[in-house]
Design a protein around this ligand. Structure first.
Ligand SMILES: NC(=O)C1=CN([C@@H]2O[C@H](COP(=O)(O)OP(=O)(O)OC[C@H]3O[C@@H](n4cnc5c(N)ncnc54)[C@H](OP(=O)(O)O)[C@@H]3O)[C@@H](O)[C@H]2O)C=CC1
Ligand SMILES: CC(C)(CO)C(=O)C(=O)O
Length: 281
């Protein structure tokens, strides 16, 4: 990764052994890649790490950092790239906000037969958990990711990117889960109608929450996903297929809960949350 020393951390001994034996295998824009990156359990991670990137499901963020943070250098940075509202709240007390970078990404990845498939398109948006603190940690993480080949933008107020990404996921993921669908299966009148209504509702909640939100750009990103990521199965639908718990509570459920705290209703997000919970969690 751009000459950077990277160690993967995993909790599944079988997967750690597989990655040691076969390497980390991916297919990016049709090109087969295999990288022999070290992969260890959290307690075997060497100390002095400059950066820990959390890329687990939302509910695993706190345990993942609790298990790995012994290895963080004294001025080390933690970056989160999970979907969902308020990742910083999940990590409360584990890392100071001035060393916590919050990110979102629309780089899509599908795990099939042990190989991560991605078309390679998409951007990582990064910002400080505490917008009042120095942006230097954010700049360092952005530079490292850029060296590794990612397109990165830095945000003065990451809340906007987080809410816009949650809107995108609230629109696609729950529906794809309920319909056991890829993005292209939702590219029809009912699919676009439901996705559009979810976006409108999230935008209304963000507005009352005081978060700047550009509905036009989220709609444009939805159109781009229909055009470019048709074969992608949204991560929540991948979880449902694999029999794993979904992130519905951190996405549509978090929007509905926020609306309730603000004294407003978000019936579409609440109903999608209930439907996903009713059909398997
Ligand atoms: N896939 C995608 O296209 C995109 C996903 N996202 C978001 O990124 C996040 C990660 O998604 P995705 O990669 O799909 O999720 P996956 O479930 O495929 O990968 C997360 C991995 O983290 C492992 N894990 C769980 N707990 C720990 C821990 N304590 N320490 C180390 N590893 C742990 C999981 O293991 P196990 O399976 O054994 O639980 C799993 O292998 C989610 O929030 C998702 O919404 C964002 C953009 C795109
Ligand atoms: C790839 C993307 C952006 C769209 O569905 C995503 O966030 C997900 O799958 O959860």
């Amino acid at each position: 990764a751009g000459g950077l020393a990277v160690t993967l951390v995993d909790i599944d001994p079988v997967r750690i052994a597989q990655i040691a034996a076969d390497g980390l295998r991916a297919s990016v824009a049709g090109e087969a890649l295999c990288s022999h990156v070290p992969c260890v359990a959290p307690d075997a991670l060497d100390g002095g790490q400059d950066l820990i990137v959390l890329f687990t499901k939302f509910a695993a963020l706190r345990p993942a950092l609790a298990q790995a943070c012994h290895a963080l250098a004294p001025d080390g940075i933690v970056a989160v790239l999970a979907n969902g509202l308020d990742a910083a709240g999940q990590l409360d007390g584990l890392v100071p906000a001035e060393r916590l970078v919050i990110g979102v990404t629309d780089v899509a990845a599908d795990l099939r037969n042990g190989i991560a498939h991605s078309d390679g398109s998409g951007v990582v948006k990064l910002g400080m958990a505490d917008p009042a603190s120095s942006a230097r940690p954010c700049g360092r993480v952005a530079a490292w990711l850029e060296r590794a080949g990612f397109a990165v933008t830095q945000q003065a107020d990451i809340r906007t990117a987080v809410w816009e990404k949650v809107a995108f996921n609230a629109g696609f993921n729950a529906l794809a889960t309920l319909a056991d669908a890829c993005v292209r299966d939702l590219d029809n009148e009912p699919g676009r109608r439901i996705v559009g209504s979810v976006l409108d509702e999230v935008a209304a909640v963000a507005k009352i929450a005081g978060v700047p939100f550009d509905l036009g750009s989220v709609r444009a990103r939805v159109d781009a996903a229909f055009a470019l990521q048709g074969g992608h199965r949204p991560s929540m639908a991948q979880d449902r297929r694999a029999g794993r718990r979904t992130e519905i509570e951190a996405i549509n459920g978090a929007v509905a809960a926020c609306a309730q705290r603000l004294g407003m209703a978000a019936p579409i997000n609440l109903t999608l949350t209930d439907l996903v919970l009713l059909t398997g969690g």
